[in-house]
Design a protein around this ligand. Structure first.
Ligand code: BTN
Length: 249
């Protein structure tokens, strides 16, 4: 492990990591007590009360000085690895949780963790990856966020953020072999599949390509990380890439 660098206040640990990417070692972790411009998926903000939660980014480098090259088409492995590692950490803390495709973590039907993976590509290869993770730890009141929860809400306990981050990073590192080893990736996918939120249950979804609602069943994810969904309205089996499928919560 390259080491955890704690910052008191940054705009966003992902933005900071991307700005410093050429000088950061493989496996560097940038953590912040406070983010002033935390970023979420689809251009959303990530809101987190200062000093109450984990907000950090893990840097992976590929090629010289880092991991063996990773093909861009295998980049989805990073998106599968991160929520499984967070699930492992939360489960060890006594919190039962599920992975909402593609990489949110839910506990008690509410979001406890969000993940923003930002990859730098070089031709057909991943040059670096910044895995940004926000885990709600000690925050108990979520003013604007009706659908958020925290580890503390789930267990009633308070957590030391530094010690907790070390545990999460250890869980992430434990799954890193799945980036290059087929058997480890198969095991990772089994874990992901078993933890999938609403798997096998008929629910309403939105096809974000057509903006149409449909009744469907998430069956799992394929090798490329696409959600495999039975469309109950027409009986077809459909595959959705990132940003093509919306949940109705
Ligand atoms: C999402 O669910 O929309 C993704 C949220 C990702 C938040 C984390 S917090 C640490 C890192 N820095 C950011 O600005 N975002 C990620």
């Amino acid at each position: 492990m390259a080491g955890i660098i704690w910052h008191d206040r940054v705009d966003s640990t992902n933005s900071l990591a991307l700005r410093q990417i050429s000088t950061l070692d493989n496996l560097s972790v940038l953590a912040a007590r406070e983010q002033t411009a935390g970023r979420g998926q689809r251009g959303n903000r990530w809101l987190s009360r200062p000093g109450e939660n984990l907000t950090f980014s893990l840097v992976l480098r590929f090629g010289e000085g880092g991991f063996p090259p990773l093909a861009a088409k295998q980049a989805c492995r990073i998106n599968i690895l991160a929520p499984v590692a967070v699930r492992d950490f939360l489960r060890e803390e006594g919190c039962d949780c599920r992975i909402k495709w593609p990489n949110d973590v839910f506990a008690g039907g509410k979001k406890i963790c969000g993940i923003l993976v930002e990859n730098g590509l070089d031709g057909g290869l991943v040059a670096h990856s910044v895995i940004g993770i926000g885990i709600n730890m000690n925050q108990r009141v979520f003013d604007e966020l009706a659908n958020a929860t925290s580890l503390s809400c789930m267990t009633g306990k308070q957590y030391d953020l530094h010690a907790s981050l070390e545990k999460v990073v250890a869980k992430l590192e434990a799954w890193l072999p799945a980036l290059r080893d087929g058997d480890a990736y198969a095991a990772l996918r089994r874990e992901y599949d078993a933890a999938l939120f609403r798997k096998g249950v008929v629910c309403q979804y939105r096809n974000l390509l057509t903006d149409k609602l449909f009744s469907g069943i998430i069956e799992g994810v394929d090798e490329e990380g696409r959600a495999v969904v039975t469309n109950c309205d027409d009986g077809s089996l459909q595959r959705f890439s990132f940003k093509e499928l919306g949940y109705i919560l």
